[in-house]
Ligand binder design. Structure first.
Ligand code: SRM
Ligand code: SF4
Length: 574
């Protein structure tokens, strides 16, 4: 590997994280020793940075911070563990394993994420190795679920066109394995694989794609199958849009440079939508993914992490520069992009029959949190379904769950279990609730400035009467909330969004495209619940009265002059 590949082509001094990765000997650091240290429940910051590449972050329970400080105790350290599965497809046995480790080692709940992965919260350092081992025994992995590498590859879990889904899903898995880190560190630390004396001497230790400092920042890939844009393809660093011609997968349009994160008050940071640069055939997809990742590896900013995402590499150098660089590395040219049309980015709930004759049930899981509550035994119900289910489970990009591939003769049994445990496809809820997402935020997320997952349901309950008064209960409107501007629930693409500013305070955004194809814009800054509800009362009444036939709320908000249309992230703060 050339030196160029080891370091960014930017000459500014590298950030501390770059130095940590460089010193880590391909993601080892002192993790092996640190995890065995019984004196503290925490790990040092250097190892925590590396730990992310193994799928985990150290956190502390923020609800307990104040009390523990008073008692002069160290924070209640615990770990979040992310388990990834390309395209979000897992077997019933894997579901049962997740259920079991959640009970044994975590806080007794499972969190389905916005990238079709699982998260466990509250895992203690002492239990981490056992947990990761059980995950791997079930043929799932936490490797590269976080960190400066390619993350879980998303793919439309569409049960309608089973053939196309099958092909697209297979490609998602291939891209994922191709871009997995190749270092054996993960297997040595967690699975007791024999340690290589000095890994640098061994060819098998090389990271042919990443090199020893990996990427400047996380990298995300998603594949959409129109008309569904459930993966929010334009939010991905690299997105593929399936082009289906005569019922067959012809190939993919390629979209580059999307991303959601920003920092309040720093206009140099902004969410961005990807740009479509051309068309490729299915056999070219791995090559395009690999070469795109290597361009970001070589040109991404390694000095300022806030500016290190691929969207900034492209915006700083221009899309033509990127296309030129990609063409050179591929030694062939992309074809012109083909026509496509998205009509939504949400999930479609309830039972549908696939082209293979099997049945698929999409359940509404509010904000992805799987747990038991009085009258709503979601966790138990899914466990009982997993015990008898012969198909698979599919985690959707909107934090919901599909019980997929149910044979006709099994459908009744699944329906009985759904009834018995009070599981729901959301039919009794408003369309706004069915189109809602909120990120995790408090109490586990160290970056949260405001509540999100715990508050969104309460806020939605207060919005429901406003919808009813205006006859909008069955109108699909995409609403999202995050506890900070990092954008984990992709709020910048929602028709209505709330981004946390401080406890109980949010910035309110309007005007995102219903199909996830346009960014929204700030409407009000730093408002609390009363002002949120007042604003919505006025906006929704106006929309109900004056919308055009079929006009979505996001489009209306722009036409009625509440916010300006945002065509590119660079206009987001303008
Ligand atoms: Fe995220 C960081 C949760 C999807 C952008 N995200 C975090 C951390 C790990 C907080 C931290 O760094 O300490 C959060 C853990 C909270 C907790 O307690 O569990 C966290 N992100 C999540 C999840 C669980 C949200 C959810 O409600 O489902 C999602 C897990 C996805 C997965 O399974 O891999 C999640 N995060 C996203 C997405 C959406 C997506 O990928 O489609 C985004 C926006 C898209 C993007 O990346 O541009 C996103 N997360 C971020 C960022 C901002 C990155 C940036 O460009 O600036 C951070 C902060 C960071 O990286 O420094 C972050
Ligand atoms: Fe945490 Fe912010 Fe992501 Fe929400 S958006 S999970 S608060 S980092």
């Amino acid at each position: 590997m050339s030196e160029n590949h080891l370091l960014s082509k930017n000459s500014a001094p590298h950030s501390d994280v770059e130095e940590i990765k460089k010193r880590s000997n391909y993601l080892r650091g002192s993790l092996l020793e640190t995890m065995e240290d019984r004196i503290t429940a925490s790990i040092p910051e250097d190892d925590n940075r590396l730990m992310k590449h193994h799928g985990s972050y150290m956190q502390d329970d923020r609800d307990l911070r104040g009390e523990r400080q008073k008692q002069k105790l160290e924070p209640a350290y615990q770990f979040m563990l992310r388990v990834r599965a390309a395209g979000g497809v897992v077997t019933p046995a894997q579901w049962l394993m997740m259920d079991s480790v959640a009970q044994k080692y975590a806080n007794g709940t499972i969190r389905l994420t916005t990238r079709q992965s699982f998260q466990l919260h509250g895992v203690l350092k002492w239990d981490m190795k056992k947990t990761i081992r059980e995950v791997n025994d079930a043929m799932l992995s936490t490797l590269a679920a976080c960190g400066d590498v390619n993350r879980n590859v998303m793919c439309n879990p569409n049960p309608y066109q089973s053939d196309v889904h099958g092909e697209v899903y297979e490609l998602a898995g291939k891209i994922s394995s191709h871009l997995d880190p190749k270092s054996r560190a993960y297997y040595e630390i967690w699975l007791d694989e024999e340690k290589v004396a000095d890994s640098r001497d061994f060819d098998r230790e090389q990271e042919p794609i990443y090199g020893p400092v990996y990427l400047p920042r996380k990298f995300k890939i998603g594949i959409a199958v129109p008309p569904s844009n459930d993966v929010d393809v334009f939010s991905q660093d690299l997105g593929f849009i399936a082009i289906v011609e005569n019922g067959r997968l012809a190939g993919f349009n390629v979209s580059v440079g999307g991303g959601m994160g920003m920092t309040h008050g720093d206009p140099k940071t902004y969410p961005q939508v990807g740009q479509v640069i051309g068309f490729i055939t299915p056999d070219q997809i791995i090559d395009v993914a690999e070469k795109t990742v290597t361009i970001q590896r070589d040109y991404g900013d390694r000095s300022v992490r806030k500016h290190a995402r691929f969207k900034y590499t492209i915006d700083d150098r221009g899309i033509d520069w990127f296309i030129g660089e990609l063409t050179e590395r591929l030694s062939w040219k992309l074809q012109p992009a083909r026509p496509f049309h998205f009509d939504h980015n949400g999930d479609r709930y309830g039972w549908v029959k696939g082209s293979d004759g099997k049945w698929h049930l999409t359940l509404f899981i509010q904000n992805g949190r799987v747990k038991d509550e009085e009258g709503y035994q979601l966790m138990t119900g899914l466990r009982e379904i997993a015990k008898v289910h012969g198909g698979d489970f599919r985690l959707t990009p909107n934090q919901n769950l599909i019980i997929a591939g149910v044979k006709s003769q099994q459908k009744k049994k699944i329906e009985e279990l759904v009834q018995k445990y009070g599981l729901t496809d959301g039919a009794h809820l408003t369309a706004l609730v069915r189109n809602s997402m909120a990120c995790v935020a408090l109490p586990t997320c160290g970056l949260a400035m405001a509540e999100s997952e715990r508050y969104m349901p309460e806020l939605l309950n207060k919005i429901t009467p406003i919808l009813e008064e205006n006859g909008l209960s069955e109108t699909d409107i995409v609403i999202r909330m995050t506890g900070c501007p990092n954008g984990c629930a992709r709020p910048a693409l929602a028709e209505i969004a709330f981004i946390g500013k401080a406890p109980g305070r949010y910035n309110m955004y309007l005007g995102g495209g219903f199909a996830g194809d346009r960014l929204n814009k700030m409407y009000k800054e730093n408002i609390g619940e009363a002002e949120i509800l007042d604003s919505l009362r006025q906006l929704l009444a106006h929309y109900a009265k004056e919308r055009n036939a079929g006009e979505h709320f996001g489009d209306f908000a722009i036409r009625a002059g509440y916010v300006k249309e945002v065509r590119s992230g660079q206009e987001f703060h303008a």
